[in-house]
Ligand binder design. Structure first.
Ligand SMILES: Nc1ncnc2c1ncn2[C@@H]1O[C@H](COP(=O)(O)OP(=O)(O)OP(=O)(O)O)[C@@H](O)[C@H]1O
Ligand SMILES: [Mg+2]
Length: 172
């Protein structure tokens, strides 16, 4: 920069391009980290903050863990004579500055969604679960919707508004 020239910080609004992906993977606990890393990598082009990435990864991890542990629990698999692991579907969409994440299973479903979403409620205290998964999803994302039908499965829909505004150095 030449002497006397002024350096001004200018706010630039970056609108993100629509982008979408869907993956299907086995309901195995090893795939929980695969799903969280994949979601983190998908949002990387938006230049998210460390906090945003961490929030997204945590929410995905809680949703996927629920499908593995509760959706496809042993009792459901045995009583429906399903062999092998069930499937989990994760769909991610970036539209404008909003990230949409859907995590879906075709497992046992939830009888009472309101009760399931209460902080500290768990149907598996025997597995030392703490009943905080939905509370974390709610806290770390901007919107959470749970759709479920006993015997058919569960769909978790989450939204997060991404901060796509950045400061850049620009000479006047
Ligand atoms: N995909 C799912 N299929 C069936 N039941 C589910 C599913 N996700 C959640 N649930 C039910 O909702 C309850 C609450 O879920 P939440 O994630 O809040 O707590 P948790 O999984 O029991 O404990 P934590 O997540 O703290 O380990 C679960 O105990 C379970 O009964
Ligand atoms: Mg949970």
């Amino acid at each position: 920069m030449k002497t006397g020239q002024k350096m001004e910080k200018k706010k630039i609004k970056r609108t993100s391009q629509r982008n979408e992906m869907e993956i299907t993977f086995d309901a195995l606990s090893v795939n929980e980290s695969f799903a969280r890393v994949t979601a983190g990598a998908f949002v990387a082009p938006l230049d998210p903050t460390m906090e945003e990435i961490s929030d997204i990864k945590t929410a995905v991890s809680e949703a996927v863990t629920n499908s593995v542990i509760h959706g496809y629990d042993d009792e459901f698999m045995k009583s429906n004579q399903i062999e092998g692991p069930g499937k989990i579907y994760m769909h991610c969409l970036i539209e404008e500055d909003v990230l949409h994440i859907e995590v879906r299973d075709t497992g046992k479903g939830i009888e009472n969604i309101e009760q399931a979403m209460e902080p500290l409620y768990t149907s598996r205290p025997d597995m030392e679960r703490s009943g905080m998964g939905f509370s974390f999803m709610e806290a770390f994302m901007d919107d959470l919707e749970v759709i479920s039908k006993p015997g058919c499965g569960t769909v978790i829909l989450m939204k997060k508004k991404m901060g796509v505004t950045s400061w850049i150095e620009q000479e006047e």
